[in-house]
Design a protein around this ligand. Sequence first.
Ligand code: A3P
Length: 306
Amino acid sequence: AKGKFGEGCVLSFGEDGTRMREGYRDYATAIENFEIRDDDIIVATFPKSGTTWTQEMVWLVKNCNNLEGSSADIHQRFPMLEGCTLQFPCKTEHWLRDSIEYLNQIKNQRFIKTHLPCSLLPNDIKYHRKTPKIIYVVRNPKDVCISYYHHFRNIVGFKGGVEDFFELFINDTILYAPYWKHVIGYYNIKHLSNVLIIKYEDMKRDLKAVIIKVQRFLESEPLTDKQLRLISQRLDFEFMKDNEFVNHQSFIDARKREIPQLTGRFMRAGCNGTYKQEMSTDQILKFDKWIEKNISNTELNDQYWF
Ligand code: A3P
């Protein structure tokens, strides 16, 4: 299925064996040496785990007195550290294309998105020289797999079917894999006071409770009932779906100019369990065995994964 990946997604390996974009090689050293600040706020995830949702939540919590400020693209407010490695053929916005320079020149407190595993984070974090707040988001990996498939098919240009992608996923041959190394890496540092793990399913179940948890973790101003209500409204899937500042539509439109047959919308289903409609019973069984095998010697055992 290797040849079925779209253009712009040729993979190479990071130093630790992580599957990275080919463009990563040119930026590995700059990312490693990127200067972190103690007051940075980082949202880290394996792709399709609820990154954008969490970015918007964090941003709104920290800017609860200026919600109008959210009228700017999420990439601009919350740049992706390794955005420079995307090197898509289309001209992307400079905060993505020149992400490191863009982040370096931000004077205020920075909000940073990354999909990097712990092992590829900047040295300042790895060697505990700086202690930015890090929020890691996890989601049922079967939903992650299906969401990633649609992302690749409709936004990147993957030409295979769901069954091809399924195999690529559980064989750890997709971008940012190995999956479990990614999750376990962050679970291994969750005891640190600057690290918080949250779950997509908890956000679906009780969004307000997660917002409050995040507000406390970030040590930001307590939210009034009104602010909590407004933030929850803005985080509602139906609202976010049509919000041009978070639905990545301009980015997707730029991709479509390169590959017109792309059909993607970033905000797809926004719910739990869509894997049940797309995976066969045998595939679900195989996936669950893969989960069990990978978590058997760890503390990970999540009610939401099975
Ligand atoms: P689906 O493809 O299952 O719909 P990421 O931001 O990490 O790429 O994750 C994208 C996934 O999060 C997509 O999942 C997307 O629809 C979902 N998502 C984004 N905003 C959401 C929201 N407000 N509520 C629920 N799900 C949301």
